[in-house]
Design a protein around this ligand. Structure first.
Ligand code: FES
Length: 106
């Protein structure tokens, strides 16, 4: 299964991508050609994979785990209620049509 998402990076480049059900959001974004640093390797400890999800889809991105909440608290100058760590964001069908804006937190 797949959903279609639109991704915009911090330079304003926008692409439409396919997100496959066995990928995290980070994996889908990287597969789509965006060179996210992901310096911690997807372990919720660097925030280079931070992204905003449009308000209409943030609930569909499923709840944050504690480690993600803790890291987002550390970058609260950037993060808001629409923030996710893309490495911690699992596929969900409700994300079809979502607009993701990449905004590295560190
Ligand atoms: S890749 Fe480091 S927090 Fe997501």
């Amino acid at each position: 299964m797949t959903v279609n998402i639109t991704v915009t990076d911090e330079n304003g480049e926008t692409k439409e991508l396919t997100w496959e059900s066995d990928q995290t959001m980070l994996e889908a974004v990287i597969a789509g050609g965006f060179p996210v640093l992901a310096t911690c390797g997807g372990n919720a400890s660097c925030a280079t994979c931070h992204a905003f999800i449009d308000p209409d889809h943030i609930e569909a991105s499923l709840p944050r785990e504690e480690a993600e909440e803790d890291l987002l608290d550390m970058i609260d100058d950037v993060a808001n209620e629409c923030s996710r760590l893309s490495c911690q964001t699992q596929y969900s069908e409700g994300m079809d049509g979502a607009h993701i804006t990449l905004q590295p937190g560190m």
